[in-house]
Design a protein around this ligand. Sequence first.
Ligand SMILES: [Zn+2]
Length: 459
Amino acid sequence: MPKGVAGSSGSLFFDHLLLPDGWGRNVRVALAGGRIAAVEPGARPAAGDERHRCGLPGMPNLHSHAFQRGMAGLAERRGPTDDSFWTWRDIMYRFVDRMTPDDVRIIATLAYVEMLESGFSRVGEFHYLHHDREGRRFADIAEMCGAIVAAAADSGIGMTLLPVLYSHAGFGAQPPQPAQARFINDMDGYARLLDRADVHARTLPDAVVGVAPHSLRAVSPDQLRDLAALAKGRPVHIHIAEQLKEVDDCLAWSGQRPVEWLLDHVDVDDRWCLVHATHMTDAETQAMARSGAVAGLCPITEANLGDGLFPVEAFLEAGGRYGVGSDSNILIDCAEELRLLEYGQRLTRRGRNMMARGAGRSTGADLHAGALAGGAAALGVAGGIAVGLSADIISLDLDHPSLAHRQDDAITDSFVFAAGRSAIDCVWRHGTKLVRGGRHRIRDRVVRDYGRVLERLIA
Ligand SMILES: [Zn+2]
């Protein structure tokens, strides 16, 4: 087991702790081997307990492209024509062109350190950068997956690795563009990649490996069906209906919209995560909710790229599940993702408390609970603070002015809407305290290494 990831034992005591059925008082949590061995509300602290005032479960981050952390802020200058997702993607392709596996490892380590500091405890890494600069396979076809796993080991974050199948440039199996050469695999290559990804992931304490057809643009219908068969109970993640151009291209190709086509042609169930699913008709929204698939919402990235807003109200009314992801990592902030998800709805629907699930309910608490349950399901784990689960816990500083004299759900509301990450004190991942005083224990080293990598990549 890599150094720094070994699960610790001991016990924690919280005056306030968010449990699956709501806030508990005076809760003693026993840890063993990185997992929660006992949860005892209404307890007295025992000698040797580490005491904290307030704790929440760590949040799953269901969608990340870690390497994109390196280009945060570099695509904010207006170009000669209309700027869009597609012009952003051209800049991303130029940035990706130079990266070595070691660069990816260091950039990903910084991204994961920042995720932990902001309250994310597990990441779904949607990983599509596989080959060398000429597009040739490395001797180990999953060398880049190994770099991602090494970043997870060094940072300590929980990993759900989603190796991506990317074969085509557009609908109808169009040949890939030269700039996509580092992403491309056929099905045979992908099957080998998945086997080797499993080998790398086994070095982590509780990693999950899923499968990820990149999008309906990038895989053929036959590949999609083969991949669903290859998945055998693993999580399945796909980008879908993020952009109107993608909807138009899908209509031109098939006569159907992307989500409509997917639900009609593939057996989508509760193992699936549909990332973005921004542009849906009401019928698609209802059908997606019925499928059990989790909506992978990435509000900060979707705002940055000008994608549009997911029809969350209709989706929730139909019983749909969702989680949040930091996607492009333009800004890594768990509370900000939840806040922006709600604010997008407020601005377009001109109302307040849109994501609270009924009168008198707390918006922050319902957002937090929804994203925790949906995010964990999408990443193939259970979330929350309960016996047998990984000890993934964050503590909040109740002396933060925005949390002063808050009780129960007012703590969650004030964390999400007011204090945000500035109130995070400690973060335990698999029982090990990685963050204290809001700073990850390897932050200084990682920032130094990251600076050296960026100096070369940006020069
Ligand atoms: Zn994405």
